[in-house]
Design a protein around this ligand. Structure first.
Ligand code: AMP
Length: 307
């Protein structure tokens, strides 16, 4: 049994009102696999980098017991590069540069020992590649979670719609839910997206938390009001990785476990934004994670007192 994460392993250059980084290690699969590793110890990644990617950063996956046999290193090629700049409210950002590089012709090879995959996290990546991974698994995983973004809606909508049909849970942000459905109301957008294939939809709303739709029910998870948000990059991927990592640990796919998974994913994402890149989520203790989850519980727990 294992949890397979696909997505970008990349270099990012980030600018926020608090500072600017040169190229640092990022990518959807990086954040998602690190987050999942806090809950599940059989995380495996399928991704591609160029030979400019530092060996010590690959070794860092190993220190989280993440299997990198499926991480291809392409000689003479450059890793995926993304650069973004956040606005003052930190909720919106502009993509400055997206260089696909090795991603342009990525052929995801699934090592034989990855075929025991029960949980599949399709991190943000070309929808065509996401679909290929599903097709290359001999048995359909018990749970397929897919993350994507506006970039793919803009340039590969048809492929995206084909891939969405094959997954159980789709995670997107509020703007992307509106773009995908053509509806402004998130409730209407969710109903429409749930007719496109996925059984569950998670709409991420940045500092306003996340909504889970499915089984005719809705669950609303808060975001922790943090005094300082340093860098939101990777929060969505960290959320998704924490979500599927918790689901793999729980072992049963149902709405109640997903409610918990959303809280665990949100807790991990709240750590992610406190430092640049993966700095914070690389070194968390189980105690820190448990304490943060308890903060989420306290945030919304109340009793009705009859006045
Ligand atoms: P998030 O902030 O959760 O949306 O994720 C940011 C991460 O996604 C960064 O580390 C980027 O390297 C990666 N990323 C940005 N654009 C793309 C894209 N078009 N496809 C895949 N990954 C991307």
């Amino acid at each position: 049994m294992s949890l397979l994460v696909i997505g970008t392993v990349a270099f990012d250059a980030i600018e926020t009102p608090f500072g600017k980084t040169d190229k640092i290690v990022g990518g959807a699969a990086t954040y998602a696999s690190l987050a999942a590793s806090y809950f599940y110890d059989k995380v495996k990644i399928v991704a591609v980098v160029g030979d400019d990617f530092p060996a010590e950063s690959i070794a860092n996956f190993g220190s989280h017991h993440i299997d990198t046999e499926g991480l291809q290193v392409k000689a003479g090629e450059k890793s995926f590069f993304w650069s973004g700049k956040y606005h003052n409210d930190m909720n919106s950002r502009d993509t400055l540069i997206t260089e696909l590089n090795v991603l342009a012709d990525f052929d995801p090879i699934i090592p034989a020992n990855y075929q025991d995959c029960e949980y599949l996290m399709l991190g943000n990546l070309t929808p065509q590649v996401q679909q290929t991974v599903i097709k290359r698994l001999k048995n359909r995983p018990k749970l397929i979670v897919m993350d994507t973004m506006n970039f793919w809606m803009d340039i590969a909508m048809d492929d995206l719609l084909e891939t969405i049909k094959l997954v159980d849970v789709l995670t997107i942000n509020d703007a992307e839910a509106r773009q995908l459905s053509g509806e402004y109301s998130l409730a209407k957008a969710a109903n429409k997206i749930l007719t496109m294939g996925p059984k569950y939809l998670i709409i991420k709303k940045g500092e306003h938390g996340a909504l889970l739709f499915g089984e005719g029910k809705i669950f609303s998870a808060p975001a922790l009001p943090l005094e300082e948000v340093f860098d939101p990059t990777g929060a969505g991927d960290t959320f998704a990785g924490g979500f599927i990592g918790y689901m793999a640990k729980a072992g049963t796919v149902n709405f109640d476990n997903m409610k918990n998974a959303i809280i665990y994913g949100s807790a991990l994402a709240s750590f992610c934004v406190e430092k640049f890149g993966t700095e914070k989520i690389k070194n968390l203790s189980a105690g820190e994670v448990a304490a943060r989850v308890q903060q989420f519980v306290n945030l919304t727990k109340f009793e009705i007192i009859t006045a």
